[in-house]
Design a protein around this ligand. Sequence first.
Ligand SMILES: Nc1ncnc2c1ncn2[C@@H]1O[C@H](COP(=O)(O)OP(=O)(O)OP(=O)(O)O)[C@@H](O)[C@H]1O
Ligand SMILES: [Mg+2]
Length: 260
Amino acid sequence: MTLETIDLAAGPEDKIILRGVTLRVPKGSVTALMGPNGSGKTTLAYTIAGHPAYRVVKGRILLEGEDITSLPPHERARKGLMLGFQNPPEIPGVRLLNFLAAAYNRRFNLQEKLIGSPRPELVKQAREYAVKLGLSEDFLHREVNVGFSGGERKRAEMLQILLLKPKYVILDEPDSGLDVDGVRMVADAIRRLVDDGVGVLVITHYARILQFVEPDHVAVLVNGVIVDEGGPELARKIEQEGYGAYVAKMGGDKGSGGGL
Ligand SMILES: Nc1ncnc2c1ncn2[C@@H]1O[C@H](COP(=O)(O)OP(=O)(O)OP(=O)(O)O)[C@@H](O)[C@H]1O
Ligand SMILES: [Mg+2]
């Protein structure tokens, strides 16, 4: 049981950023996608999630064998695919709790009004997860991400993912903007997802979070191409050596310093 891309070429509008990406994300495991800035990691995340601005020109996206390449994003979400944004957006005028309830109802096809009183068991669960993620209950009553710090946005995003129980989730730099306690909490949340059988794709260009949650598989994306794959030791190697060797081999002009 996997989420997979097969020979995927894609990009925003008429650009081609991904050039033949084949990647498998099995259920109940962590796959890490690493790569330097601008290598196409977020493009891959958006393309898999079905962002309307991104176009697939070649290849396929399969969710447990079903071709979802042409499905609109909400149908992919209903099938259990979720994306945690690199920069979670603000939604002024909508309280986090109501947003969570609406997303929950959509995910599980519940016929409740989008903005009503969220069901008590959902409120209870949201409170519990919020505390686990280091967010006070006040956040549930604030407008989504409005005035949230970077780390608070990431925690609220993870709260949404824990509540919605996806089958597969793509986390685009879940550790960015987090303090060390925040990284541990997000790592704990990822482990909880994996224990529940979720297939997790963690995107990062920095191996910090991978110290707290060991990936089963690591893939390295440079200039829109998977240039290396391996086990957790590959993340440690990159942490020490950077991407310089890959970039040089690709004949690219980015990141020649080899730093992360
Ligand atoms: N809408 C767009 N229009 C033009 N170029 C774009 C657009 N979106 C992305 N790109 C370009 O595609 C390339 C890949 O971007 P992407 O955001 O996927 O990189 P990334 O690997 O996620 O980088 P980072 O580690 O900095 O988040 C970059 O050169 C970026 O400028
Ligand atoms: Mg990115």
